[in-house]
Design a protein. Sequence first.
Length: 431
Amino acid sequence: MFWQKEFETMKRDKLEKLQLKRLKETAALVYNKVPYYKKLFKAKGVTPGHIKTLEDISKLPFTTRDDLQKNYPDKLLTIHHHDTMRLHTSSGTTGKPKAVFFTRKDIDVAANNIARCLTMTGVTKADVLQNMMSYGLFTGGLMMHYGAEKVGALVIPSAIGNTERQLLLMEDFKTTSIHLTPSYALYLSDIFEKKGPAFRKKIKLKRAYMGAEPYTEETKKKIEKILKVKVYNSYGLTEMNGPGVAFECEYQNGMHLWEDSYLMEIVDPKTDRPLPDGETGELILTTLTREGMPIIRYRTRDITAIIPEKCKCGRTHRRIMRIKGRADDMFIMRGVNIYPQQIERVLMSVAHVEKNYQIYLDEGDKIKVKVEITKKLFDGNLEHLKKLQADLTEKLRTEILVRPSVELVEPGSLPISEGKAKRVFDNRKIY
Ligand code: AMP
Ligand code: ZN
């Protein structure tokens, strides 16, 4: 199903023409209205007039997380903040947050993109969407709320946590779709397992939208099996309006990125060289329709690739692959680049492994993985435990090329996260 078929299936040449028009407008807007951008453009020796083709975007300066923090609270606005309507900040943990302002039109465009996402996965006004994301400065709550309202679904703003109440709402109001982080989904799936099949039979759940943090295909499969839902990957970031930037369609094979709102590039994060479709690198995004706070060539630090093939659904907006990691959450151990997602993928593919785990990096380039295992195995035969430990160690070594020490712990013994999970504890003195 389409929300705006004419835009979602627009011929590529027409779409690219629209992108170029919007890129020129956006570049002129920031150049003329935001002194900081004028300075960045001048430092690169470019003006908006230099943009003649879409490829010319590579002449423009990047915007980094640091630029946003330096211009905190409102120095990147094109208008006075009296003319904006909403503020969101990013969940960054260190230093000043990144503040993003929205006009009425900006919110409307963001909500419209989410309406496209929900509609392509089958949501209609007859659906009930329980939004289990925190409502506040984080975009996951309010932005998804506005998008689902646009479709006309009944939205339950249950926010995150208070799991017993979530289950009650789900049962009483016949929730069909939920929106949540993968870490909360893992927590929820534990509760579902405890409640047993009788509870699952009472509820009408069909789909889960999972995003806001990285997770693997294996985690997705685990959640699909336990919750008995289809899990759709949802990608977004505060700087780019939050959820609804890229989303899986009914074919669940990569996420369509709405190219009439964002211009995407993939660059080599080390050399900044643009990479062709299909190659893995850092995703760079430019807003094409934002009025209040347009952003040029934002370095997301997210590692992905553009899928060159057309999608069977007929949408012409290109897809990106599941996020492989962050250019900055990657860690280096004995010269090997390691993504926490690689470790998760191995853990989740092995029987008797539960959902919670932690990675410790210690002096002397030591890596320790603590992982919860099933109660039955934990209380059982020591030989079986040893075998699982050896098996995991070997599988992890093959994947990350470093031999970790593996500690098997009792289920429920690692701290549970209802927000974004902290998985990696780096105790090395790197600097
Ligand atoms: P925030 O601005 O706090 O919402 O965080 C945005 C960041 O969360 C992105 O830059 C990604 O690193 C991460 N993120 C969001 N959605 C996903 C997703 N579906 N898969 C992997 N990472 C994601
Ligand atoms: Zn598709």
